[in-house]
Design a protein around this ligand. Structure first.
Ligand SMILES: *Cc1c(COP(=O)(O)O)cnc(C)c1O
Length: 494
């Protein structure tokens, strides 16, 4: 059995492999005097480093890497996260010396290529959203949200309007209410109706002169396009309020429908989701924001602008909310997403068409064995419920998710959105071939059978991973990230 396949307690820590005097590389002794260091800067004790040979070090790290599951190892239908394949050419382009070695404080004359790329990216994003002005600064979707809400605040302050409430649906991604609170607004929830749209009656009763705006994902986190979106926009605009579009679910609509045309005034994109970028574990990310002309004066400075044939950073933005990130934003992310868009060219809408087709294909293969609470064609993702498995066999959405790992598949998003009990939120993305989708459908159908015949197998899943069920709350609150050295002797490191 390989190291990677060993049960967790058997796989030694790097410190447990340590043997005094072992080294992963050694420099010859040239008899040079030790560097002079003031005594207060010197270590009191030698650092506690594990002492291992290079081959043992490499095996240790490789064994850990083998345990990692990612989009490069298997199917990863994590709803709302858009875990699509990241074309390798993007990495090559991002590593071109002209991009890679550019100093972030390089003056504009020496950074024309980078500035042009950013300007072009702004133009493409503007076209996709149907809104005229873009900032690339925010480094994540959630930071785009906060930026968008700060823009709303600046817009209303400029007009001397006192508005303090933002409305979000009960299906909203958790970052939406968090951003609303961080931006200093009150939060008001609006309900979802039986078809999965915003409940217009409920909405009308909540919008008034205190309302600053709406935050909405469309398609929603249920994977459904809101059929009343024009009416929703009219309700807010008639009240003088603004509409914010959480564009994390843009993968469904690029080149097909535009948030600006739907009536949205501010949009954020998730470059790392829709436009490919290795993501997860906190980065890297990009959350550009597009706005209507009336909000443009408040965009973060500096702005990337073009004068004839030259490009520059414009710091002269008197009403700007200020900088939201260092330098010009997450530049490597821009290069990868720009390369991704250019590789599609005018056919970019095929990305969204295939994403929607793949999701509906998987849905069609599962709808007779799992409950489908909102029975409509889906967009790029859909939400099933394991409610009937729970009622009939005591098998939960978590059991289904954990069992999928035994089939070599990453679990979908579970227990979200909150309006669906025992939710399984599935997003295959456009980069999966039919065979992978078929294998997923097959695994999910087998699991539904197992629920009836051998539910205990599901309760104890996963069976083939280094660990089974973790106490997730405890793991998050009391993470053990340090080795307890105890009395163990660690020899002096040189
Ligand atoms: C991922 C996501 C976000 C947050 O984006 P981050 O880049 O992770 O901050 C917001 N809304 C929705 C719907 C998302 O799926």
């Amino acid at each position: 059995m390989t190291e990677a396949g060993r049960a967790w307690p058997e796989a030694p820590l790097i410190f447990e492999r340590s043997q005094p005097g072992r080294r992963a590389g050694r420099v010859p002794d040239y008899g040079l005097p030790p560097p002079e260091l003031p005594s207060d800067l010197r270590r009191k004790r030698p650092p506690r480093l594990p002492e291992v040979s290079e081959p043992e070090l490499v095996r240790h790290i490789t064994a850990l890497a083998d345990r990692t599951f990612g989009v490069d190892t298997g199917f990863y239908p994590l709803g709302s996260c858009t875990m699509k394949h990241n074309p390798r050419v993007n990495e090559r382009v991002a590593r071109l010396p002209g991009f890679r070695d550019l100093h972030p404080l390089q003056e504009d004359e020496g950074a024309q290529g980078a500035l042009e790329l950013m300007w072009q990216l702004q133009e493409i994003l503007s076209e996709i959203a149907g809104l005229p002005a873009v900032t690339l600064q925010p480094a994540a979707g959630s930071q785009g949200e906060l930026t968008g809400l700060m823009l709303m605040r600046a817009y209303f302050a400029d007009r001397d309007e006192a508005r303090d409430t933002i409305i979000t649906p009960d299906t909203a991604h958790g970052t939406n209410p968090a951003s609303v609170t961080m931006a200093g607004y009150e939060l008001e929830k609006v309900e979802t109706d039986a078809r999965g749209n915003l409940d217009l009656g409920n909405l009308r009763a909540k919008v008034n002169e205190r309302t600053a705006g709406l935050m909405l994902t469309n398609p929603s986190t249920l994977g459904l396009f809101d059929e009343g979106i024009e009416e929703v926009a009219a309700i807010f605009h008639d009240a003088g309020a603004l509409l914010y579009y959480d564009g994390a679910n843009l993968n469904a609509v690029v080149g097909i429908s535009r948030p600006g045309d739907m009536g949205f005034d501010i949009v954020h994109y998730n470059l790392h989701k829709t436009f490919s970028q290795p993501h997860g574990g906190g980065g890297p990310g990009g959350g550009p924001v597009a706005v209507r002309a009336s909000i443009e004066p408040f965009l973060p400075a500096p702005r990337v602008v073009r004068d004839g044939d030259t490009y520059r950073l414009d710091f002269d933005v008197p009403k700007s909310i200020g900088r939201v990130r260092g330098f010009a934003g997450p530049f490597g992310v821009f290069v990868r997403s720009y390369a991704f868009m250019r590789a599609y060219g005018p056919a970019l809408r095929e990305m969204s068409e295939a994403a929607v087709l793949n999701a509906n294909y998987v849905l069609a293969g599962l709808r007779d064995v799992y409950e489908l609470p909102y029975d409509r064609h889906c967009m790029h993702e859909f939400v099933l419920s394991a409610r009937s498995l729970k009622r009939e066999h005591g098998v939960t959405a978590l059991d289904v998710a954990k069992r999928l790992m035994d089939y070599g598949i990453h679990p979908p998003t579970v227990y979200f959105p909150l309006v669906v009990p025992e939710a399984l939120m599935i997003e295959p993305t456009e980069t999966e071939p039919k065979e992978r989708l078929d294998a997923f459908v097959e695994a999910m159908r087998r699991i539904a059978e197992e629920a009836a015949t051998s539910p205990e197998v599901l309760h104890e899943a996963p069976h083939g991973r280094p660990v089974r069920r973790l106490d997730e709350v405890r793991a998050a609150k009391q993470p053990v990230v340090r080795h307890d050295f105890g009395e163990q002797e660690i020899a002096t490191a040189h």
